[in-house]
Design a binder for this molecule. Structure first.
Ligand SMILES: [Zn+2]
Length: 94
């Protein structure tokens, strides 16, 4: 047991939350810069840091966890639908 028995759906959800959360943070700051949203400079700073951490976290997660448990290759189509089988080795994805 390596503790890596999470379902792919759960992994994808975590990855999506990290990446989307990061994008939302950065987008909010962009909107604030354009004057569309009211945010204090302090809040903008915090959001930029949070966004960067979330995106880096997503990237690290992608490379460490978002892999086939059999051939250890990263799944393609991160932001699209996935299949029941690994496209690299054809083994069933749990
Ligand atoms: Zn595989």
């Amino acid at each position: 047991m390596d503790g890596d028995s999470m379902k792919l759906l759960k992994k994808k959800m975590i990855l999506d939350i990290l990446v989307i959360g990061g994008i939302i943070c950065i987008t909010l700051v962009r909107l604030a810069r354009l004057g569309e949203v009211e945010l204090s400079l302090c809040a903008q700073f915090v959001l930029v840091i949070m966004g960067i951490i979330l995106l880096i976290g997503g990237g690290v997660y992608l490379f460490r966890k978002y892999r086939c448990p059999w051939c250890h290759r990263i799944y393609p189509g991160v932001f699209t639908v996935w299949t029941e089988e690994c496209p690299h080795c054809g083994d069933k994805i749990e």
